[in-house]
Design a binder for this molecule. Structure first.
Ligand SMILES: C[S@@+](CC[C@H](N)C(=O)[O-])C[C@H]1O[C@@H](n2cnc3c(N)ncnc32)[C@H](O)[C@@H]1O
Length: 277
């Protein structure tokens, strides 16, 4: 088998590296998973062993190989309308409220939403799907829907916007007919331009500030579960710093950051808001 066995020592080194680069604490019980995923990189690079791969990754290969290594180490599970009540809140409350504030000139006519660990795109496209029927309320507005992720492979898939039946299982037939094209040969649903053109994508590590104009709403879901308290603190600080006055943070059920959101006001168990003034 390529690479032989992953020794405890090498497993420890890879775990420490993933933690340093991405903030992810890989559990000690995941050695088999990590060695299987590393073997894929050994095969792809032609490098014979784990120590040699580690040396390559942390020296000459860093710029080219690190993103490919991180692609393997991240878990990208996601689907459209995961936690559907978050998306119901968007079209029932958030979008109408923002539109009304704009109409009354209480805010600039800009709307900015960020899916902060967007994976292969389903979360941001779900946001866009709820926005599109209300778009007439935002005529003349500057609208930005940004999806970011550490994994460049996930972002490539997001830009392509092509999904299997499992990913779209909660998308209604009417939405599928209007905003997707179905390929009966591949059995895949691909987003139409009307949906895709609303979105922008970029690579970003949550351990750093995003370096964007403030957002009216940020989604952070199903990513911080493997982060330790220190990395969660760093990410949470950046997320709070990215919110516009009055902006909302939508928090996934497994993030474990509720006790770090103190500067924000709790609106629902999963929804937090920055003060408006
Ligand atoms: C399980 S997916 C969650 C996708 C979506 N938010 C959802 O809830 O369905 C987690 C994503 O977080 C990304 N991720 C992990 N560590 C990250 C980091 N330090 N910075 C940015 N993204 C990261 C992974 O690449 C992966 O695509």
């Amino acid at each position: 088998m390529q690479g032989g066995d992953l020794t405890e020592e090498m497993f420890g080194k890879f775990r420490a590296l993933i933690y340093k680069v991405a903030g992810i604490k890989i559990p000690e019980t995941k050695k088999v998973m990590v060695s299987n995923r590393l073997r894929r990189r050994l095969r792809a690079t032609g490098i014979v062993g784990f120590p040699e791969y580690y040396a390559f990754l942390t020296s000459t290969g860093t710029a080219v190989e690190m993103p490919l290594f991180l692609n393997e180490m991240t878990t990208n599970e996601t689907y459209f309308y995961r936690d559907i009540h978050h998306f119901d809140w968007l079209n029932e409350t958030f979008f109408p409220q923002i539109a009304e504030e704009g109409r009354l000139r209480k805010r600039p006519k800009t709307l900015r939403i960020w899916s902060a660990a967007a994976s292969t795109g389903e979360e941001l496209y779900s946001i866009a799907l709820r926005f599109l029927p209300l778009r007439p309320l935002f005529s003349g507005w500057q609208v930005t829907l940004l999806g970011t992720d550490l994994s460049v492979a996930a972002l490539d898939a997001a830009r392509a916007g092509s999904y299997d039946e499992r990913a779209v299982r909660l998308v209604s037939q009417a939405e599928r007919a209007r905003y997707f094209e179905f390929d009966s040969k591949t059995q895949r649903w691909t987003v139409k331009d009307e949906l895709r053109s609303l979105t922008t994508w970029k690579s970003h590590n949550l351990l750093r500030p995003v370096g964007e104009e403030p957002f009216d709403c940020v989604f952070i879901k199903n990513v911080l579960i493997y982060f330790d308290a220190q990395s969660k603190q760093a990410v949470t600080r950046h997320l709070i710093g990215s919110l516009a006055k009055g902006g909302y943070l939508v928090v996934g059920p497994t993030e474990g950051i509720y006790n770090m959101l103190e500067p924000l006001e709790k609106r629902r168990s999963w929804l937090y808001q920055r003060a408006a003034v």
